[in-house]
Design a protein around this ligand. Structure first.
Ligand SMILES: [Zn+2]
Length: 139
């Protein structure tokens, strides 16, 4: 009569690749015969699979990189509030301690300079530059 214990997967694989001899149990047991047939089918299918093309591998690599970048971006997004606070602090430091060699703002000129420039404009023959300035001082 047939053995109670069926063949293990390892034993079936060994038989599939010609390492292990078949015995009476394997020939008579429908369960083991079914497993063996299933393994043979899978082996044929995997042997029939074509080698992955270079384009397929490149696309797969790009997907991996894209996923890694998305994770890096989401990581940066979580850090964004902290980075924003840091940028604010740095901006505040620059505003509090301006560089000493910075040019004075162009809008800040002395009254003497202002009137000298206005007089120069008024005395110049260019009417379009003079008219708005005159209007400012008409009282
Ligand atoms: Zn069996």
């Amino acid at each position: 009569m047939m053995r109670e214990n069926h063949w293990s997967a390892d034993e079936l694989v060994e038989h599939l690749y010609g390492i292990r001899e078949g015995d009476s149990h394997l020939r008579e047991c429908p369960v083991c015969a079914g497993w063996l047939a299933e393994m043979e089918t899978k082996r044929r299918q995997s042997a029939a699979w074509p080698e992955p093309s270079a384009a397929f591998l490149a696309a797969q690599r790009q997907q991996v990189f894209a996923r890694a970048e998305r994770q890096a971006f989401s990581h940066a997004a979580r850090l964004a509030p902290a980075l924003g606070a840091l940028a604010t602090i740095i901006l505040g430091v620059f505003l509090l301690f301006p560089r000493p060699n910075r040019q004075p703002p162009s809008g800040r000129i002395s009254d003497a300079q202002l009137f000298a420039e206005i007089n120069a404009l008024i005395e110049s023959p260019e009417p379009r530059a003079v008219a708005p300035i005159r209007n400012l001082f008409q009282e």
